[in-house]
Design a protein around this ligand. Structure first.
Ligand SMILES: [Cu+2]
Length: 175
């Protein structure tokens, strides 16, 4: 008996470089990463999310990384960038440089968030699109087989996943 399995080939789309007028942007961002940066010479907006808007496919885990020195920020989801009130879906603190928080977006839609200590100027948006199934690979294996899924590139050592196939189904992997 054959069982069909499919897995998504993760998109490895790193953003290299970025806005020039920021303090720590010489370091390349990881895929699906929003950096919290200091904006040099801008007293009205000394900190920012970079990029302010990020588009990912459903099933993607987005990471926010604090690139500022000893400045406390939050990533707080809100239903409206006009009111900037926490909606309770996600509200995490990034206390110091290097701290990260993550959230996996499973449903397509538009997600707004802001930083509570700097709510007047620090906000961002994640646009989550439908998964692109044209990039999926399909593989037929026997029931009971173990399928090893690994991405190519920099993240292979921690992105490897094993799936034991027990019935006909479609399997996805974390990205
Ligand atoms: Cu902040």
């Amino acid at each position: 008996m054959l069982t069909r399995a499919a897995w998504a080939i993760p998109a490895v789309a790193a953003t290299i470089g970025g806005t020039a007028a920021t303090a720590y942007n010489d370091e390349p961002a990881e895929p699906n990463e929003v950096r919290i940066i200091a904006v040099e010479g801008n007293e009205d907006m000394p900190f920012a999310f970079d990029p302010i808007e990020l588009t990912v496919e459903a099933g993607t885990t987005v990471r926010w990384r604090n690139m500022t020195d000893e400045v406390f920020h939050t990533v707080t989801f809100t239903n409206s960038l006009d009111s900037r009130v926490a909606n309770g879906v996600f509200d995490q603190s990034v206390f110091a440089r290097g701290d990260v928080v993550e959230y996996r977006f499973d449903q397509p839609g538009t997600y707004h968030y802001f930083c509570q200590p700097h709510s007047t100027f620090m906000a961002g948006t994640i646009v989550v699109t439908e998964p692109d199934e044209s990039r999926w690979a399909r593989l037929a294996v026997s029931a009971g087989a173990t399928v090893v899924v690994a991405t190519s590139g920099w993240a292979i050592w921690r992105r490897q996943r094993r799936h034991r196939v027990t019935r006909e189904s479609t399997y996805g992997v974390d990205r």
